[in-house]
Design a protein around this ligand. Sequence first.
Ligand SMILES: N[C@@H](CCC[C@H](N)C(=O)O)C(=O)O
Length: 284
Amino acid sequence: MELVLTKMHGLGNDFILVDDRDGRVAGRYPYPDLARKLCDRHFSIGGDGLIVVLPSQSCDMAFAIFNSDGSEAGMCGNGMRCFARFLYEKGLLRQKVITVETLSGPVVCILENDEEDRVMGVRVDMGPPRLLPADIPFVWDGGKEPLEVALKVLDQTFQVTPVSMGNPHAVIFMEDIDPVPLEIWGPAVENHPSFPEKTNVEFVQVLSPESIRVRVWERGAGVTLACGTGACAALVASVLTGRTGKKVEVLLPGGRLLVEWDDRSGHLYKSGPAETIFETSIRI
Ligand SMILES: N[C@@H](CCC[C@H](N)C(=O)O)C(=O)O
């Protein structure tokens, strides 16, 4: 079977997109295996994850995301912007406001097009953060919402703010994130027993009440250049711990996102780019 694939990225967080609305791929090749195969950076196309376009009963379209290790995630912020652009540019949908079903609930994407109808960016209504331990999930018996919990990891004790944005995050504030050994601390926090479904990990440096820097270790993918849900989780933790206001620019190694926590709806809104790198086809 010939498989048409599109490689896209959001701030260097890169994905392979496949349209499987007719289920032909799933019938042939389980998505976790396909993700592991295609995301290999040495023997295949390479990517942080595989995104699958699926039909939806409740929304305009359904979104599935598999990390490069084959694990499935509930949500992906950068991948969602790529997904929206893909749907529009491929003509799968014609409207600029798109509702998307994810494993973690519906989200809304708003395409930001120029006068010539080119997609310049995508704003995503990411929904509200989930802070209850059972919703993250995070093992904790200290009360309703864990704010800064001391977690012993290797020879360090981190103050961790656990947040779910439809997937789990551990946010850790540092004076300076440059010296953080992501490849060592990242997997150690990711696999900490307090996070029974593992976790994404954000090391955050506050620059001002309107600006933060973030370096990310992603569950199932390792070091990535950016993480959209991670940027939202970092803002939530920054607000809850009194470090920033509710609207910040998030500076990641791959670029900049604008994230806002809206008072009225309680939802997070995230704006940023989505780019197509190339399209190809392979035989599976
Ligand atoms: N890069 C993503 C998140 C992808 C899923 C994540 N690794 C997980 O397992 O939860 C983003 O931009 O949010």
